[in-house]
Design a protein around this ligand. Sequence first.
Ligand SMILES: [Zn+2]
Length: 168
Amino acid sequence: MAFDGVIGELQKRNDNYVAEFSESEVPGKAGTGVLLITCMDSRIVPHEIFGLKIGDIKVIRNAGGQLNQEVEKDVIIASHLLNCHTIVIMPHTKCAMASGSPESIRSKLTEISGDKFSNFNPSMITDTRAKLESDVNTLRNHDQLPEDVVVHGCIYDVESGKVSWVIP
Ligand SMILES: [Zn+2]
């Protein structure tokens, strides 16, 4: 089936990708043993940032690059079963999730769409560095992760492309 619009464009580009594809033997376990947790921000392209190729790392993304109970479950699976013994948490500068309070987001949404957002409670970040420290510590002290797992925290600068390893 052929689509119009943006999906049609993606479909075309994927056809080109398939025509060049030669990675059918790449294993599903991450080659570097690294699991990266980062934001869904469209300016972050993890494989380009670190000069990686297909099969090298696993990436979990959400709004803000934040740890939560669901992410923790994925980290447990990746570390025990999928060879990821190095966990990197990487929030970034100019993150929309660090630009306001849950109340401010809620009132913006309510303004646009009415009161169906009255109970909406997004996980906003008040202090990027403090939240990162807290998330790193949560994983470092997690009793369901293997003993040999190491956890690092860094912040990606969307204006320079620089990764600062603030919690090495
Ligand atoms: Zn972000």
